[in-house]
Design a protein around this ligand. Structure first.
Ligand code: FAD
Length: 483
């Protein structure tokens, strides 16, 4: 588990024995109790190949009742668990640290209901995000979140990480989606039904929020209800070039004023991110050849009036080209161009992985300061390390990525704690959207006060007194419930 502080296996946890396997085989289908090392290997390794666990058991429940039986048993036996969805998490939260039992909900993948009048979708936690998108597309609706990992990540994982993504300007944060409801199973096997299907519910504490973003540390999410907006007919996407970061900021300011309610995404990437995509991914072309520009911006509008929305965007872009704020630009003419422009932005994480090791930082920072950190990091690290900046500019969310051929302690010592101190000094967040996981468990104090961390610990101890749920993650190791 490279880059996180060393952690020791807690002596309070038991080890799996043959009786445990016999029990799991009695409550699950036999072929959903996985002990085969070849099948365990990918579940023990994260998407970045940075974290490697050594679990000897993966369980694939098919129903909430099966999850409940698993939890009750593991709690009584002090067997540690790591809940797992699509295993696309980027902070080492979804893989075991040692020999925790992997509980993967991918077989719980049914759509339970969809109400076309209210737009509320109810489904099981293992539904893959892209499958939900396709289902809703056929119904004339859209999922209120979209991210590059949509082909593998699951809605239960999205809720558990409070995933953000590309269209937060149009839709809302999962905490703000007025109908996100959920069913979760707590550490002792109790099923908690918070699966609201109506927008309004003011009956005391709104406890579903504890599970949104808690990264599997408080319970396993088994079902989700979510409010989905109707699909609007007119979507336009522009790919633009700017000379510097200040121009990108000014462009955002103007887009908010002139495009207002139809502005659905505003993403930026620097020339280093663009180079990585063009050189490392097959079939990707620069939409603005031949020049290489310092910065690129994607602006998406989503509205209901095709000709008016397009004219509004064209006029906006024309004026800014004339003023020199945009150096060059192109508006997608068809669905193929739309996908090829998004492929550039969404393909950055995959393209960077081809350089070898990637040190990933996902930060919320005040807009005007955001890119200073990338410049400072570049000056600090020098060549041949590549420092790349891109992200959701519309949400003040920077993805700072640093690549080198292999993970290296000297490079890491140059990056951390500098990056966290810098973020904290500017009152930013050390995790805008990826979460804390194992990677940042001991860094929590950079973004949360000691009092708030203590309250988080108290909640964890109340809900999971034996600390079996995703141990060593989210909370500082010295304060974890199993210590
Ligand atoms: P996993 O990776 O399996 O798990 C993530 C965490 O949630 C773990 O702590 C795990 O224990 C917990 N968990 C999973 N399922 C459950 C459950 N049912 N109940 C309780 N806990 C559970 N993230 C963003 O926010 N925005 C982005 O734009 C974005 N882009 C990405 C692009 C790429 C190419 C990749 C690889 C990742 C990206 N991510 C992004 C990160 C990741 O995809 C999200 O965090 C995603 O929501 C994780 O879903 P998952 O099903 O893969 O969960």
């Amino acid at each position: 588990f490279y880059g996180s502080a060393p952690v020791e296996r807690s002596a309070s946890f038991s080890e799996i024995n043959t009786k445990d396997i016999t029990y799991f085989k009695s409550i699950l289908r036999e072929n959903n109790v996985i002990q085969d090392p070849d099948r365990l290997q990918p579940a023990n390794t994260d998407w970045m190949h940075k974290y490697q666990g050594s679990s000897k058991l993966m369980l694939l429940p098919r129903t909430t009742e099966e999850v409940s039986h698993i939890m009750r048993y593991c709690n009584s036996r002090h067997l540690a668990i790591v809940p797992q969805g699509g295993n696309t998490g980027l902070v080492g939260g979804s893989v075991p640290v040692f020999d925790e039992v992997i509980v993967n909900v991918s077989q719980m993948n049914k759509i339970i209901s969809f109400d076309k009048v209210s737009g509320i979708l109810v489904c099981e936690a293992g539904c893959i995000l892209e499958n939900l998108e396709s289902f809703l597309d056929n119904e004339g609706f859209v999922m209120p979140l979209d991210l590059g990992a949509k082909g593998s990540c699951q809605i239960g994982g999205n809720v558990s990480t409070n995933a953000g993504g590309l269209r937060l300007l149009l839709v809302q944060h999962l905490h703000e989606n007025s109908s996100v409801g959920l069913e979760a199973v707590s550490a002792n096997g109790t099923v908690m039904d918070m699966l609201g299907i109506l927008r309004k519910d003011n009956t005391g504490y709104d406890l579903k929020h504890l599970f949104i973003g808690s990264e599997g540390s408080l319970g396993i999410v088994t079902k989700v209800s979510i409010l989905t907006p109707p699909k609007l007919s007119a979507t336009n996407l522009a790919f633009l070039a700017c000379k510097d970061y200040l121009s990108c900021q000014k462009l955002l300011f103007k887009a908010r004023r002139k495009l207002g309610e139809v502005l659905s995404a505003f993403e930026f990437l620097d020339s280093h991110a663009m180079d990585a995509v063009l050189n490392n991914l097959e079939g990707v072309r620069n939409p603005l050849p031949p020049a290489v520009h310092n910065f690129y911006v994607l602006i998406e509008t989503t509205g209901s009036d095709e000709s008016y929305d397009r004219e509004r965007l064209d006029t906006f872009l024309f004026r800014l080209m004339e003023s020199g704020l945009i150096l060059d630009g192109v508006v997608a003419q068809d669905i193929n161009q739309v996908s090829s422009f998004w492929r550039i932005r969404e393909g950055i994480p995959e393209a960077l992985m081809k350089f070898g090791a990637v040190y990933k930082y996902d930060l919320s920072l005040p807009l005007e300061k955001m890119y200073d950190l990338v410049d400072e990091m570049r000056a600090r690290l020098g060549n041949p390390v590549k420092v790349v900046g891109y992200g959701h500019l519309g949400d003040s969310n920077l993805h700072l990525n640093i690549t080198s051929p292999q993970y290296n302690d000297d490079i890491l010592a140059q990056i951390e704690p500098f990056v966290y101190e810098w973020t904290s000094k500017h009152r930013g967040s050390i995790s805008a959207e990826h979460g804390i996981g194992l990677m940042k468990a001991n860094k929590l104090y950079y973004s949360k006060s000691p009092e708030v961390v203590q309250l988080m610990v108290s909640i964890k101890r109340l809900m999971d007194p034996n600390g079996i749920l995703n141990p060593y993650k989210v909370l500082p190791h010295c304060l974890s419930a199993n210590n």
